[in-house]
Design a protein. Structure first.
Lengths: 498, 498
């Protein structure tokens, strides 16, 4: 390197740091996410969903607004201007790229199209603890099928995904509702869908119902009426319904029954008088019939009137994948783990591109939240690497022979690596520790001449060190290390690991 | 949806299109890439490389310049300003994020660190045919090991990756050189490394040597001397060497020998007088000894004096993974397929962050170019899905029973799906065609009562249609379809697919 370059580097030394709200991932966490993605992908594929990958960028005008919780088109996205003056945005979900893809290739695609996609999405939002500006989603959608078999299939597949990840029945539940029932309920309580205030009031009521899980019935009642002051003293304005209206909505969110049909019957009693309500009830009955025919009981797929699933663009069935075991929330309170994904039917997917309505239904699963759940449940088997063996280097001249030894270990199906640096024994042992190695192999000059190697069991060593409580004694401990004839090495290792 | 919204959508209807220079991927192409990534990852993992994932963004000041072919720091990247005024860029390769990661976490990392990473990288460059602005790389690097065992390991691993993908020995070759030999050569021909023009002349000479494969020895001679006019009439200024100098460089790039040691000996004769040259020769000898000890012959790992590997930051061994079979280049000429990846040693990886030199060596493989090669070679086994069975729907009332049938087929290990739309039989058959289904199952009312289904072999049907050359006759063809008792269905399908 020239002197000129060296000088330039002295002028500015950047600080090494991840950008605000972004993160690195490695080790067990990364393995778990990748193994989860592989598992879910294979369930999706088994159901006939074909993989699609789209680029990170979409034209800003094509992104549209598919964020379920948001009504902002281009706020909250990362956007930049291309050198031809067109604005491009990083995708904020996998639904908007699907809409663009379907509209672009509609004539050539199989219809209905079952597609799945996973990958990072980006949100230009304020980061916080556990809230990143890039995260992974894995979605499956069926486009071009207006019937309930498509929705039922997605719900059964969602349950199968949870089962495939090792989550027991009882620890997860796909909770299903239908937007038309909501519309029927608003009609039943006498709201006028032509009034200027309808859209606002509707959102306020949906938001209130959505909080049933967290606030209970009294909280929902407050939010449906005059409003609610929370523990911090903040006041949320209510929907302004009268007492009779409030009781009807409260009756809906609090429906409890032993089986799906009983829930649907109770819903029907509340909304059956309206066309939307009757349609919603019929759709739920159709889904229930398919679930029952295929052996999916209410302990996996439940009908639940309190499921609102965001405020966005859903037009029919909505579903939420919930993990029902107890966990601590961000405030340290014990509560059910909660949603790891969900979705629903959104029949105006490509309307903004093509002007025609094309029915679509699908789910999105949040990978990192589900990974956190699996870690809590201890369901991380299969994603963990085999025990690692590190071969240390006493004398650099012996590297070729030691690399050959490592190759032999690998060919015997073991996970082995050579220490590849130039440091002394102490640093090599620290390396093996940091790598979480199970076994270490050392071959000194005397040992080589005697045809043996030293095999050190770091795990056993650690156990003994807990018992011995003396570092010097641990280092000297004979039990954690043994001399093994070179030709008995592989068998000995296999016995230790067995 | 309200009228207000419908009106708004009429105002602007965006065109559905991928942004300029970006693309979608699906089907066999996507499966192949994913299966390649899985294969290469597992080779990397077997060698002890640990997976790392970093976010798409890095702070622009931290990106540095690791593009081997480029000397531009922030040109050619996609950058945007965060709301706190800091500039962020999408990574243009996986080396720059590694440098930042190592500098950020240096104390806590195992040293040496073997890490691998795969993922998209972004280049803000002019797109062209086959030249996209987002593409996948899969890298492996060893950081903190200054010795040749680290480089030798990476080269052997690169060869193992090619073998694991099913590429035969003889169709690939890892070609290895050493930058110090280049420096020794420049010293040997009498260039003054302290002169103002040295850096420029050095780059011009390296660029000329890099073109040996394409232009042959005469072309390289022109570029080392006065310059060269290409077929289109464009003139490239040469390095301005005199005849004696040109012959020494030409002798270097054109070294041919039967084995690695003979190549190294010939190199030594040309550069051995300089310290850099002698160091480079010693390093190559050390790598050769490791290759030989581990049984990697010159038909997989070759020493090659014409390997330059970009112009960038390499400081020692450089290596290029080449596919040597014949293929058509962009001009339609038959030539060897060429490079699918490469790398080398770059000992100033984190220097710009930490001020200290930390040795590093690694490779980067370009996923899409390698996928194109595998497709040409027909090595796409293992990435292709099982034959697909599509169950058609004659009567919507029978959907629950047909879904149950599909579930039974899946449980028997078959890949089956239900047609999930609402269209008539003709559209359903078109769907099965577009999905590349192998078999179609139809169950009409009469068949259901007789306990049989119709099984249609679309592949056999297509074969017959080629022979029959009559569409009507094909549709009526009895051979391509048969009636099968419901309880013999799975066995019959397995026989057909066997």
């Amino acid at each position: 390197m020239s002197n000129r370059k060296a000088k330039k580097q002295k002028i500015f030394k950047p600080k090494a740091r991840t950008p605000r709200g972004f993160r690195d991932m490695s080790g067990d966490e990364l393995s778990l996410q990748q193994s989860m993605i592989a598992t879910i992908s294979s369930v999706y594929e088994r159901y006939g969903f074909a993989a699609l990958d789209t680029s990170a960028f979409e034209y800003a005008d094509a992104l549209g607004k598919f964020l379920p919780d948001d009504d902002r088109p281009n706020e909250g996205v990362f956007a930049l201007e291309d050198d031809d003056g067109q604005w491009m945005s990083l995708r904020y979900d996998l639904t908007a790229p699907l809409a663009r893809y379907v509209a672009e290739h509609y004539d050539a695609l199989p219809k209905p199209l079952r597609r799945f996609q996973w990958g990072p999405v980006w949100r230009n939002e304020k980061p916080g603890p556990g809230r990143y500006r890039q995260f992974l989603q894995i979605d499956a959608d069926t486009v071009g099928a207006g019937n309930m078999a498509a929705d039922a299939e997605i719900c059964m597949m969602a349950a199968d995904c949870m089962a495939a990840l090792g989550i027991e029945t009882g620890d997860y539940l796909v909770r299903i509702n239908n937007r038309k029932i909501m519309d029927g309920l608003l009609h039943a309580i006498g709201l006028d869908s032509d009034s200027d205030d309808y859209e606002n009031q509707r959102l306020t009521i949906l938001r209130a119902m959505d909080k049933f899980d967290r606030l209970g019935l009294d909280g929902v009642r407050d939010l449906l009426g005059a409003g609610r002051k929370d523990d911090s003293g903040d006041f949320t304005k209510g929907a302004g319904l009268d007492d009779k209206q409030i009781e009807q909505v409260a009756a809906m969110v609090s429906i409890q029954a032993n089986n799906r049909l009983a829930v649907i019957d109770a819903m029907e009693a509340l909304v059956g008088g309206s066309q939307a309500g009757a349609d919603g009830v019929a759709e739920l009955r159709e889904m229930d019939a398919l679930f029952t025919a295929l052996g999916y009981q209410a302990d996996r797929l439940a009908i639940d009137a309190s499921i609102v699933r965001g405020l966005g663009y859903y037009t029919g069935p909505v579903y939420e994948i919930e993990l029902t075991f107890d966990a601590e929330d961000e405030n340290g309170d014990i509560t059910r783990f909660g949603s790891v994904g969900g979705g629903g039917r959104y029949d105006d997917l490509v309307k903004r591109f093509k002007g025609v309505e094309i029915p679509a239904t699908g789910i999105s699963i949040g990978v990192s939240r589900l990974a956190a759940a699996l870690t809590m449940l201890g369901k991380t088997q299969g994603s963990q690497a085999d025990p690692l063996i590190v071969v240390l280097v006493m004398d650099k001249e012996t590297r070729p022979a030691l690399m050959q030894l490592v190759q032999n270990l690998r060919q015997a199906g073991l996970r082995a690596e050579l220490y590849i640096g130039d440091s002394a024994m102490k640093a090599q042992l620290r390396y093996a520790d940091l790598r979480n190695a199970r076994l270490v192999i050392i071959e000194g000059e005397d040992e080589r001449q005697a045809g043996v190697v030293t095999l050190k069991d770091l795990e056993l060593g650690k156990q003994q060190s807990v018992e011995i409580e003396d570092n010097a004694e641990w280092r000297a401990s004979a039990h954690a290390q043994q001399q093994v004839p070179r030709d008995a090495l592989i068998d000995t290792i296999k016995q230790i690991l067995a």
